[in-house]
Design a protein around this ligand. Structure first.
Ligand SMILES: O=C(OCc1ccccc1)c1cn[nH]c1
Length: 250
């Protein structure tokens, strides 16, 4: 998969050289290109923003540098088996990033990311890009960041880890939170009995029983309880009125 990122803070994307994503790049699974938006300005001050027309606080990102930058990305990556990338623009007003969306994006040969800053990007950039490539505004959640770079790191990690060969043990991708609509169960490791100062903390005995059926059942129960307690919105309504309704969830 080819990834292009356009930003005024290229250094913000340095973490993409680390850990699993960094290894995926070295293994040739990911081909990441970061572009500095200021490369595509045409004035001495390399201006990327200006005051909002119609008034209001803050600054808006100018359209011309973005149009030039996106044209450069399309020209640079044309050999991807796709003539254009799917442009992802992080923003508070976008569609929610979900595990389902991450799986969809992981199927694509070429993604490009536009990192907004200030009060946002001139709306005509979305129109201009939308005439040339698919454009999706993606939100990480209902809060406001100062720019899209942090969101791009999150989206690239959520998508990249789904690509074959990136996560060593593909088993660990199954039964995660949200993979099948339930939160994950609690996990434990040695010591089975932890002397935490003068408090002794033990692991649920079922996990030491060797009874894999009982362990699977206990884990499923834990996932239902946690989902009912923390994210009832994820549960189908039938479940909340049925078996779960009388669960003692704190
Ligand atoms: O703030 C966000 O994106 C950065 C951004 C983009 C455009 C203008 C200002 C800030 C964001 C919040 N949830 N998901 C993304």
């Amino acid at each position: 998969m080819r990834l292009d990122v356009v930003t005024i803070f290229p250094d913000y994307l340095a973490p993409l050289d680390l850990s699993l994503i960094g290894k995926a790049r070295r293994d040739g699974i990911l081909d990441v290109h970061v572009h500095d938006l200021r490369t595509f300005t045409d004035d001495r001050h390399r201006t990327v923003d200006d005051s909002p027309l119609g008034g209001g606080a803050g600054m808006v990102m100018k359209p011309e540098p973005w149009a030039r930058a996106l044209e450069h990305v399309v020209d640079a990556g044309a050999s991807q088996g796709a003539p254009v990338p799917h442009l992802i623009v992080p923003g508070p007003g976008g569609v929610p990033l979900t595990q389902a969306l991450a799986h969809e994006l992981a199927q694509e040969p070429w993604l490009a990311f536009a990192c907004g800053r200030y009060e946002g990007i001139d709306e005509r950039v979305y129109e201009h890009a939308g005439e040339r490539m698919p454009v999706t505004i993606v939100s990480l959640g209902d809060y406001v960041l100062n720019g899209g770079e942090v969101a791009v790191l999150a989206i690239v990690e959520a998508v990249g880890r789904l690509l074959p060969g990136v996560v060593g043990n593909a088993e660990s991708l199954v039964e995660e939170s949200h993979e099948d609509g339930l939160l994950e169960y609690p996990v434990y490791t040695r010591p089975a009995v932890w002397a935490d100062g003068d408090v002794v903390r033990e692991v649920p005995p079922v996990l030491l029983s060797g009874n894999h059926g009982a362990i699977a059942a206990w884990r499923h129960e834990q996932r239902l309880e946690r989902t009912a307690a923390r994210r009832p919105d994820l549960l189908p309504t039938s479940a909340t009125t049925g078996a779960l309704a009388d669960l003692d969830v704190r």
